[in-house]
Design a protein around this ligand. Sequence first.
Ligand code: FMN
Length: 351
Amino acid sequence: MASSKFPARALDIIAFFPLMTNSITYSGLNRKICLAPMMDYTDRHFRYLMRLISKRMLLYTEMVHCGAILFGDRDRFLAFDSIEEPVSIQLGGNDPKQLAECAKIAEDYGYSEVNLNVGCPSDRVQSGQFGACLMANPQLVAECVAAMQAIVSIPVTVKNRIGIDKHTDYDFLYQFVTPIAQAGCTTFIVHARKAWLQGLSPKQNREIPPLEYEKVYRLKQDFPGLNIIINGGITDYEQIDVHLQHVDGVMIGRKAYDDPYYWRDIDHRYFGIPRTDISREIFVKQYADYIQSQLSNDVYLKHMARHILNMFAGQPGAKVWRRFLSENINNRSSGIEIIEQAMDLQLKQCA
Ligand SMILES: Cc1cc2nc3c(=O)[nH]c(=O)nc-3n(C[C@H](O)[C@H](O)[C@H](O)COP(=O)(O)O)c2cc1C
């Protein structure tokens, strides 16, 4: 038997070489901690920031509609920095052929997973008959998943709600998952709220229907072979620890955007990497280097700097930092000096 000083399994190799993780393409994606897809928020710039904070969490893009990929400016929707890897792309659509085509294009761009949106309740999405309303048509979702899986070698996953409208019983969720799992989907990310398709805005649909974590736990019990990732209302490590006793992973949305620095311990707590005590200022500095490089590619400062408005959340000087940035990043000619000036102001408040 060939002897090696290195661990044999792919995931062990990743654990052994933590700094190499981003450059390895591997099918055994670790979804223990995921960043939620959030339209207008989890663009490539925010994902870059989160990758500075955690080398290991799996990052999801905003939902990208198939039409944007097939008929729009593809690079604008799909290009990303390799430091972000692994990244999962979330697709919106309901046409198996188009979804398959987009999944293949996404795979070629270097995405590590394709996720299908079956949770968005917005009017616009409903009028296109995709998103959460697809929960009423699990057979079609199964067809979409099967078509994508047939053409790509990266995993195809689904993000769904626990129910829609009057379909609130657990059996509805069970019946939804069954044919899709039979079609070969092994990972479901479940936002533990139902969606009201009429009468509530997307924002209200993230707040008003109650969280029902027990249903997601039950799904894992009934389908122990599936990867079940829980999402909705998760705001601290203690909650994560509880969820991980029941399911395979957690997905964090708003709390990641509202307080990105809070999550700096993820790699240590959940991936066994030695704790690094990187300050907010250092992350800002690292992100500023990225901003600088993107400015020279003609990216506006505001598209990048808006993502660090919450970097000092809860800290002295947070208000000054936010206000100064908000007032000064919108000018087309604004450069990196705005970040430096904001840092100076923030530091003075702490002195
Ligand atoms: C501004 C915003 C945009 C969102 N956009 C998407 C999206 O594009 N696709 C999706 O599946 N979910 C989207 N969501 C829902 C989140 O992925 C997540 O399911 C929800 O916010 C609950 O998680 P949280 O309580 O951790 O925020 C969005 C949420 C927010 C706040």
